[in-house]
Design a protein around this ligand. Structure first.
Ligand code: FES
Ligand code: MG
Length: 572
């Protein structure tokens, strides 16, 4: 018997004749009884499990808990894999493939008999890539994140990914032996889950929760905590009802939702990568969002979630203190409480009973850990389309500073010369790295927080101004100007900076200025040669021909927007 409502999947499973035979028969080889095909909501579970994405290594088990909830609510779960992006192994950078995965996700959803989708997201790029792809189809969709690792322990101290950068410096100057370095590896990654700090993965998990795409507390429950599995179960239950109610992604992803996400990101000291990914998601659903919106909307939002790298603790601690719902409760006066969420209720209802249990972890807006955070969007002749800096991770004494540029033409040049004792540099200089943008590397890697020259670290100096068209790991910190747009590889003024030029960074006035006259820049521009990147075939060639600049979200230009679930022809 057919249920009254005819779901999209019935265009496959509800068919008579040869087509219906083929669509059902082969599915039955997996032990599916016939009545599963007679009108139940079919729920796709989009799984980014991979042993090459260790942060998502527990997703096969987690998917089983989602299925329990789907079965229980009367749905029919179908799990499918998509390309999985692990930050730690993929060269040259997982970011090069974010848009490729979004295509995989979009086409896998559209082409198959699914009525709703659970997106299983974890390691950094596995969140934006899945959300982007699903948004371009716009079925009822819910996100389940994988959760953070438990904090590591090394020599009696808690550690997380942000310590990698500290260990690297200590190792460089001989304060840590090779043996200690190796011991720290196992101490840090001691449980399932993604980076334990407010890196990009935690930022992305918080982003989808504050956008309203998840059940409450999705972001911060540790991967190893049983409540993560219970949440998976509940997420499975919930997506079935979302399909019955036809609650589509586009009803959740409104301008209000994006504004909420920007404000929450400021309050938690989220990664700078947030800007690029949120811009790309907004592009898929047609929500207007300018780079300046990130700055303006976070102007009054203080830093209230004491998690590394901007704070002291770990993402699991945020969960024990009340999680993202408690953070949003503190921000109640700023947020759009009427924004629709995946629960079916407005945000205000979801957080009605939320509250902070530990003021060392979640502060009030009136008594925050740091006053102004968010993201500073800088403009000037060195970044006419903008650049970003994370004030909460920067040094106050460098926020207004003029220094002499020490230029590295690309990452190889940097690696070859940074520790040269004869490099003409001191801590008042500004390190400039070119050709690490969306096109230049290619793929915009997280190399913007260049490790300082050895001779500077040896003086006990741990921060200098660094400027590049690249990104920085969400776990990184320092006075680092990132995402300079237009990038060097397309001939932006960044490409024209020379050793000895003076640069002024003025964060209070949101300015990044190169003290070189327009005439001189024009002369230099005439001599500038574009890089020959040498990718004459394959995905990277397609990427290079179509990738947008970072201020636009670095999506492929032809992927902006969505195509919905257009009517598909049968396959036989
Ligand atoms: Fe996967 Fe940090 S490396 S989340
Ligand atoms: Mg990262």
């Amino acid at each position: 018997m057919q249920e009254e409502k005819k779901y999209r999947s019935q265009d496959w499973f509800g068919k008579g004749g040869k087509d219906g035979f083929i669509y059902r028969s082969f599915m039955k080889n997996q032990g599916v009884p016939h009545d599963e095909f007679t009108g139940k909501p079919v729920i796709g579970i989009c799984n980014t499990w991979s042993e090459l994405t260790p942060c998502n290594g527990h997703f096969r088990e987690l998917a089983e808990h989602i299925k329990r909830g789907i079965w229980e609510a009367g749905g029919f779960p179908v799990e499918f894999p998509v390309m999985s992006l692990g930050e730690t192994l993929i060269k040259p950078t997982a970011m090069l493939y974010r848009n490729l995965v979004s295509m995989d996700v979009e086409e896998s959803i559209r082409a198959n008999p699914v009525d709703g989708v659970v997106l299983m997201c974890g390691c950094d790029k596995t969140t934006p890539s899945l959300v982007m792809g699903a948004a371009s189809v716009d079925l009822p969709t819910i996100v389940l994140s994988g959760g953070p690792m438990l904090a590591g322990h090394f020599k009696g101290r808690k550690i997380g990914t942000s310590d990698v950068w500290r260990f690297a410096e200590a190792y460089k100057v001989g304060e840590l032996t090779q043996e200690e370095f190796i011991a720290a590896e196992a101490c840090m990654a001691r449980s399932a889950g993604h980076c334990a700090v407010m890196g990009t993965a935690s930022t992305m998990a918080s982003m989808v929760e504050s956008l309203g795409l998840t059940l409450p507390n999705n972001a911060s429950i540790p991967a190893a905590d049983s409540r993560r599995r219970a949440l998976a179960h509940l997420t499975g239950r919930r997506i079935v009802q979302m399909v019955k109610d036809d609650l589509k992604m586009s009803q959740i992803l409104t301008r209000k939702a994006f504004e909420n996400a920007i404000m929450v990101n400021a309050a938690i000291g989220g990664s700078t990568n947030f800007v690029i990914h949120l811009k790309a998601i907004a592009g898929r659903v047609g929500v207007e969002l300018d780079l300046e919106d990130f700055d303006k909307l976070s102007e009054e939002i203080p830093f209230i979630a004491n998690v590394q790298p901007s704070g002291e603790h770990f993402f699991e601690d945020l969960y024990y203190a009340g999680g993202i719902p408690a953070v949003m409760k503190e921000l109640e006066g700023f947020l759009h409480l009427d924004a629709v969420t995946a629960t079916g209720a407005p945000l205000g209802d979801n957080i009605a009973d939320a509250g902070a249990h530990n003021r060392e972890i979640i502060a009030t807006v009136d008594n925050p850990f740091k006053p102004n955070t968010g993201l500073a969007v800088l403009k000037g002749n060195l970044a006419s389309n903008g650049a970003v800096l994370k004030p909460s991770a920067a040094s106050p004494h460098l926020m207004t500073h003029t220094g002499r540029a020490v230029v590295f033409e690309d990452i190889d040049d940097y690696k070859a010369r940074v520790d040269d004792p004869d490099l003409d540099i001191d801590e008042t200089c500004i390190m400039v790295l070119k050709n690490v943008g969306p096109r230049g590397y290619p793929g915009m890697p997280e190399v913007g927080n260049m490790t300082l020259p050895k001779k500077i670290i040896e003086k006990g100096v741990h921060d200098m101004i660094r400027i590049s068209d690249g990104r920085m790991s969400g776990t990184g910190f320092g006075t680092v100007v990132l995402h300079v747009s237009p990038e060097a590889a397309v001939g932006g003024n960044l490409a024209l900076v020379q050793n000895g030029d003076l640069i002024t960074l003025d964060v209070p006035n949101r300015s990044l200025h190169l003290h070189v006259s327009d005439e001189e820049l024009e002369t230099r521009r005439k001599e500038w040669q574009p890089l020959n990147l040498g990718y004459d075939r394959g995905y990277v060639n397609l990427y290079l021909r179509h990738v947008q600049q970072s201020h636009e979200g670095a999506d492929l230009d032809f992927l902006v927007g969505n195509s919905g679930t257009w009517k598909l022809r049968d396959s036989h």
